[in-house]
Design a protein around this ligand. Structure first.
Ligand code: AHR
Length: 318
């Protein structure tokens, strides 16, 4: 009887030990789905989590900071092992980040930055947003040479770090080139619909577009909307009005292949891969990652075989 009990106990212990360890749970407070790039980031984050056996809890904030804050508080209450946060705007995060810190839940920022103290988050994964604007501006400087060029600018979401930094980067690049001037600048909220709407108003205000030499859009989606507006105004985007933007989504490569857009600065949608790698090291032995993990920013122009680039991107979840 004793032997039987011992054998049964050993069997139970062995079975328990053989069970896989519980998967880490990560909450992802996403902004929404305002752009093709954003949709791709969501898809890639889910794929990267699945690859690593991470249980990802996803919250779509529909572009509202209050919803994102609610989602983060909810993740804290659930006791997740980490939180990914793509902050819609840069300010207003201190309180909720402190709550996460008090609960000892590491927070990783994805693609956008916050104004809060760096000690309140583990790391941030993203591109150098000022540099992106700079690359776009330098492309235009080179392309127009000494010719006069009036630029209209479609800004991203007001108060978001990419809108602030991409504006600055572009302005820095054209500074000292007196032939290039930004004559109108307004937010298009990173969406195609708003990009089209605002471009229509720019065209109207500038003699049907005759005074405009180039459009700088803080993302490709707004550029795609604006391209439509330019065509409807009877002008040729890419020729009558040059188009330079940021993201590198498949649709902008289609526009480039058709000669309707000129250049884009690519932003990888895979911010989650480096974020999960940093978290794995942190979970293992509290290894602190660098405060900023920078992704690449690459310029593509019509000379880069846009149709071929489109083919490599079209099935990636954009
Ligand atoms: O934060 C990154 C930006 O957010 C992307 O460039 C834009 O498309 C998105 O909405």
């Amino acid at each position: 009887m004793k032997t039987f009990t011992l054998t049964a106990a050993l069997a139970t212990t062995t079975a328990l030990l053989a069970q896989p360890t519980l998967a880490e749970t990560v909450g992802f407070a996403q902004i929404g789905s305002e752009s093709g790039w954003r949709a791709a980031e969501t898809t890639v984050t889910k794929q990267e989590a699945e690859k690593r056996g991470i249980d990802l809890k996803f919250a779509d904030a529909q572009q509202k900071q209050e919803n994102q804050i609610k989602a983060v508080k909810g993740f804290i209450a659930q006791g997740v092992d980490a939180i990914l946060l793509a902050p819609v705007v840069a300010t207003g995060w201190d309180e909720v980040l402190k709550e996460a810190q008090e609960a000892e839940i590491p927070v990783v920022l994805l693609d956008r930055m916050v104004d809060s103290d760096k000690s309140l988050y583990l790391t941030a994964v993203g591109s150098d947003l000022v540099h992106e604007g700079n690359v776009a501006g330098e492309w235009l400087v080179k392309d127009v040479g000494d010719k006069p060029c009036n630029v209209v600018e479609l800004q991203g979401t007001t108060g978001s770090s990419p809108a602030i930094d991409r504006k600055k980067g572009f302005e820095d690049a054209i500074a000292g080139h007196d032939n290039i001037k930004i004559i109108r600048s307004q937010t298009g909220d990173f969406t195609r619909t708003k990009g089209k709407e605002v471009m229509e108003s720019f065209l109207k205000a500038e003699d049907g577009g005759k005074n405009i030499c180039a459009l700088y859009a803080h993302n490709d989606d707004m550029a795609v909307g604006a391209i439509q507006a330019i065509k409807e105004a009877g002008l040729k985007p890419g020729t009558d009005i040059k188009v330079v933007s940021i993201d590198g989504v498949p649709d902008i490569f289609t526009a480039m292949a058709a000669g309707e857009a000129n250049a884009t600065v690519e932003l990888t949608p895979n911010m989650a891969g480096p974020a999960f790698d940093a978290l794995a090291a942190y979970w293992k032995d509290k290894t602190e990652p660098p405060k900023f993990i920078q992704t690449e920013s690459k310029l593509f122009t019509q000379a880069d075989d846009p149709q071929a680039v489109y083919e490599t991107k079209k099935d990636l979840g954009y």
